[in-house]
Design a protein around this ligand. Structure first.
Ligand code: KMH
Ligand code: ZN
Length: 277
């Protein structure tokens, strides 16, 4: 079991609207401010989705490049761009995210029903993402929405080799309607499947909505790391909307400390994940 905790903040996502969730960071200034505060609390990675001038999800390359630069200038956080985007983004735009040269990018390991939509991740597309990241030295975070996605990752690594940096890191996204539930049993099954991956592989977990707390506690108890943020969680407690990403990061840090697994610094997280520079 790791003695420390990697804490990723996912502040925005692509699913919530600014009108419905006024606290959501959607401008570059809001994102950078949120990132700085989350870093000071103990986050070491930021999983980034951006918005356009109308606060709608976008994969505009100019905006993504400016976002990577601004986060690097103002924070020491590891910048992980979402290659998942929204369920409406075409594969070409999702691949072009890598042109913004982030430290990391997400790589979802299979297609999943996503509420009333479909989050499409064809095998050939996954191979494209994985191999392009290898070529460019971008470290993937493999997003796992269902148990079979871990097995797909094993197949990918067997056929196409280790990711850039040599370390394999997964993120279990639990509780999406259409994916696996956010239960201790589901997390235990995924954790067991990770043992068949290359030695030293690590995982984070995040529970969507009401699964936030059970998944956080189960992940800490099973040696996993944490992802928190308003991409996944909009209610802090029953009837209490989340006020900010900082509130969620502060709670995760408090739980990690109680579990005697304090947060990793960004520099330590870079070492763990095999990120250079
Ligand atoms: N917005 C979801 C459709 C990722 O960032 O890679 C996909 C997602 C996963 O959030
Ligand atoms: Zn995402």
């Amino acid at each position: 079991m790791s003695s420390r905790t990697l804490i990723t903040v996912a502040p925005t996502g692509a699913e919530s609207s600014k009108t419905d969730v006024p606290a959501l960071p959607v401008t570059l200034d809001e994102l950078v401010l949120s990132a700085k505060e989350c870093e000071s609390l103990g986050a070491s990675v930021i999983h980034v989705h951006i918005r356009d001038a109308d606060a709608q999800p976008t994969l505009d390359l100019g905006r993504l490049t400016a976002t990577v630069a601004a986060l690097r200038e103002s924070t020491g956080l590891i910048v992980q761009l979402s290659s998942g985007g929204s369920v409406h983004d075409p594969e070409s735009s999702r691949l072009a995210v890598l042109d913004a040269a982030p430290d990391m990018a997400s790589c979802t390991m299979g297609t999943v029903n996503f509420g009333d939509d479909v989050f499409l991740n064809r095998w050939e597309f996954i191979i494209d993402l994985h191999t392009r990241m290898q070529e460019r030295g971008i470290v993937p975070e493999y997003e796992i929405f269902d148990l079979g996605h871990v097995w797909a990752l094993q197949r990918l690594l067997d056929k196409y080799g280790l990711p850039a940096g040599g370390h394999v890191h997964l993120d279990f996204v639990m509780g999406v309607p259409g994916g696996m539930p956010g239960t201790v049993a589901a997390l235990a099954a995924c954790e067991a499947a990770v043992r068949d991956l290359p030695e030293g592989s690590t995982f984070s977990a995040t529970g969507v909505g009401r699964f936030t707390l059970p998944v956080m506690l189960a992940s800490l108890a099973s040696g996993g790391h944490l992802r928190v943020g308003m991409e996944d969680t909009l209610t802090y407690a029953k009837g209490q909307p989340v006020e900010s990403n900082m509130q969620l990061v502060a709670r995760a840090v408090a739980f990690a400390r109680l579990a005697q697994r304090p947060p990793l610094s960004p520099a330590e997280a870079r070492d763990l994940l095999g990120i250079k520079g």
